[in-house]
Ligand binder design. Structure first.
Ligand SMILES: *[C@@H]1O[C@H](CO)[C@@H](O)[C@H](O)[C@H]1NC(C)=O
Ligand SMILES: *[C@@H]1O[C@H](CO)[C@@H](O)[C@H](O)[C@H]1NC(C)=O
Ligand SMILES: *[C@@H]1O[C@H](CO)[C@@H](O)[C@H](O)[C@H]1NC(C)=O
Length: 340
């Protein structure tokens, strides 16, 4: 009897272990067998839940497990602090996006993104509060030719202008450097709305940000309750208030990276969201895809949409073509409904 009791006790963790393993295996199967042979630069904004973790083999993953650490602070943080001061609204808000060479190419995503502010519903003024983070020198040059607030996010030893394996350590370091900048922004006392560059803006998305929540995050798929963590988070659109709590959350998030290598920030967030709730009492609001729309759960009611994200589409060209289509639909809607 005694031994079978203790067996039962051992079976419970074993059960979770088995379930966990099956889940991980399922994620791997889904992610590894999705199309993944594109150039890494095209993949920078493949930002749905699965897409961020795909494109590598288990063997590659294991190699990456060995050496992942939180990158050290950089010497050019002062430049970023200066940009924050210049770009912030008087209530200390900034909008941040990031681009690499491919997304910043002429007549590509960055241009379409910037145009969306001019085609939108009185949102052109947000460009005065937008900081564009360039991942490489070419993207930085392009940014400087079209926008006043550009930041070159140089990581020592990382060269993203060359072709890189999507899940290479350099690549992942770069993705995580985004969260480091988020933390830095909060530490400087600014709230930020981070937007992927493949998000088209139609209306002021701040109208859907809750004062109540510490963070407001987009959803790949929204299940109806904005406080429910089971909504699939999408960190392509994230707002955070500059609170001590949020700074601790960013630190915790970045440190959690070591527990879930080699995952991107969005997948790690999805893994630790309940820890964040229990440890920090983190309050998150997820925004309905009716308002912060996307191709994962497309509901194109232009009366409601603030933004539209090329999420759940793979490849820069596909994203660009589809976003162009949505932009045209928006213009048609606007010409019929806003005769001013
Ligand atoms: C891991 O990092 C340590 C110290 O940074 C280094 O000495 C070691 O060679 C690295 N290992 C691999 C497999 O890259
Ligand atoms: C990055 O890699 C590209 C292609 O391999 C090379 O031409 C370029 O000089 C490299 N840049 C740096 C800063 O090392
Ligand atoms: C779009 O949203 C508006 C405002 O809520 C609503 O009145 C309208 O019926 C919706 N249109 C469609 C096609 O669902």
């Amino acid at each position: 009897m005694k031994s079978s009791d203790s067996m039962d006790k051992r079976k419970v963790p074993m059960f979770y272990y088995v379930i966990g393993t099956i889940f991980l295996a399922a994620v791997l199967v889904v992610c590894v067998f999705s199309p993944s042979n594109e150039r890494s630069v095209d993949r920078l904004h493949s930002d749905c839940l699965c897409a961020k973790g795909q494109g590598t083999t288990t063997e590659e993953m294991e190699k990456l497990h060995t050496n992942i650490s939180v990158p050290p602070h950089e010497s050019n943080d002062d430049n970023f602090a200066l940009l924050l001061r210049k770009a912030a609204t008087d209530d200390k808000r900034v909008i941040i996006t990031d681009v690499n060479e491919a997304f910043a190419a002429p007549n590509s995503m960055l241009d379409l993104f910037l145009q969306s502010f001019h085609n939108g519903d009185n949102i052109g003024h947000f460009l005065d509060h937008l900081i564009i983070v360039a991942m490489d020198q070419k993207a930085f040059e392009k940014c400087n030719s079209v926008h006043p607030y550009c930041y070159l996010n140089e990581q020592p030893g990382i060269n993203l202008s060359s072709e890189k394996v999507y899940m290479s350590k350099d690549y992942i370091d770069l993705v995580w450097s985004k969260v480091r900048l988020w933390q830095f922004t909060l530490e400087q006392g600014y709230s930020f709305l981070f937007t992927d560059v493949d998000v088209m803006w139609f209306r002021d998305p701040f109208r859907h940000i809750s004062y109540y929540a510490d963070m407001t995050i987009a959803a790949d798929v929204f299940y109806g309750n904005s406080e429910d963590h089971n909504n699939n988070p999408n960190t392509g659109l994230v707002f955070a208030k500059p609170t001590r709590k949020n700074i601790e959350v960013m630190k915790y998030w970045r440190e959690a990276r070591e527990r879930f290598p080699p995952m991107h920030e969005q997948l790690v967030y999805d893994n630790i969201k309940y820890e964040l709730v229990s440890k920090f009492d983190l309050k998150v609001q997820y925004v309905s895809t009716e308002y912060w729309g996307n191709f994962c759960q497309p509901q194109k009611n232009f009366t409601k949409l603030s933004t539209f994200h090329a999420c759940c589409l793979v490849g820069l060209e596909t994203k660009f073509a589809n976003l162009k289509g949505v932009t045209e639909e928006w213009k048609t809607y606007k010409s019929i409904n806003h005769k001013s």
